[in-house]
Ligand binder design. Sequence first.
Ligand SMILES: Cc1cc2nc3c(=O)[nH]c(=O)nc-3n(C[C@H](O)[C@H](O)[C@H](O)COP(=O)(O)OP(=O)(O)OC[C@H]3O[C@@H](n4cnc5c(N)ncnc54)[C@H](O)[C@@H]3O)c2cc1C
Length: 383
Amino acid sequence: MKNFGAIAVGCGAMGSAITYHLAKQGVRTLTLEQFHLNHTNGSSHGKTRIIRTAYYEHPDYVPLMKRASELWHKIQDESGNSLIMTTGGLMFGTPDSELVSGALRSARKHNLLHQLLEAGEVRDRFRVFRPSDHEVAVYEPNAGMLFPERCIDAHVTLARNLGAEFHYNDPLLKWQANGDRIVAKTENETYSADSIIFASGSWLTGLLPDLELPLQCERQTVFWFNPLQNPELFSAAKMPIFMWQEKGGYYFYGVPDTGDGVKTARHHAGEFGQPDKIRREITEEDQLPVKEFLKRHLPWANGELRSSTTCLYTNSPDGHFVIDFHPKYRNVIIVSACSGHGFKFASVIGEIVSDMLLNGKTEYDISLFNLARFRLSKSALNS
Ligand SMILES: Cc1cc2nc3c(=O)[nH]c(=O)nc-3n(C[C@H](O)[C@H](O)[C@H](O)COP(=O)(O)OP(=O)(O)OC[C@H]3O[C@@H](n4cnc5c(N)ncnc54)[C@H](O)[C@@H]3O)c2cc1C
């Protein structure tokens, strides 16, 4: 049986970052991935991810985001690959919308650079956007985007240089905690390790059935469009990333054209299911709300569809992450149920998980993400 310091299950945003941080701390780490590197069945593909700090979801994310951003720049320097780009960001909605009021709350509480813009100011300054007169936007100059496949590649390459092992197309089939050792089985091998980290995205609930984690896998569809007019205004040099909360609570978001068209999607528009059974074909019905949104607010972007993909959110009931020890085992960590907004934090989550395993704790406040907030299966906790 091969022995490791740690086994990470999953090589998406989280597993790759965790492996890098553990390897950096000298932990002999094995990462098991059921598919190939940068596959398109999980949550971490799709060319770009928004990074923003004026976090409407909760101000407690801001210190984490500051560190995450620092770490992305460090990884960018270490890997010599372009991973992050600042474009500025606009959060649109009515003044009392969750998106605008939440972004302002975080920006004010943490003294972040930002401006509150009236609709007319946005239309003058960023001509591609057409907010209605009753809408405003919080402008965050330091927001931007990450390039997810490159970020994962960078963490993997750097971790491998530090001695980490990655096994692709090698799903974890079974695991067991035997005292202070973990035994993990794949089709070809049985491994033993001091600890195991489940960074398995939408497959978490299936891998930890006893806990009855209240997580849901949600299908998302994402689209890239050729601009109809003024394509130069959609370049990353001119167009900020954006999120938009419309009447009825619907959220849309988008990023500038980095060579593949303008990316736009509806946030939480999906249907729910098992990660291996989610409908992968994309229909006119999926595209329609996004085209209608573009017609209302970015009409020049509403050109020919260039490409599309499906992607998975792993949602917790309150939309906050999970970063915690298994309720029964201190050498088992569960991450991250990022509810559709976690990529930007992967770098700091890697550091946090490595600290939790090596020191039993992290210096960051991660109380929002504990498992105790859920009613987990009593039998699993007591057995
Ligand atoms: C369309 C879309 C847009 C998003 N936009 C943003 C954004 O703009 N900004 C942002 O910050 N976040 C965004 N997110 C969220 C973010 O991308 C996710 O939170 C993040 O990628 C989750 O990473 P993960 O490693 O937890 O999951 P995944 O990337 O799914 O990785 C989990 C891995 O575990 C593997 N696995 C599962 N079971 C096993 C097993 N038994 N054995 C071995 N391997 C296994 C899976 O194959 C998978 O590769 C978006 C997500 C989607 C879907």
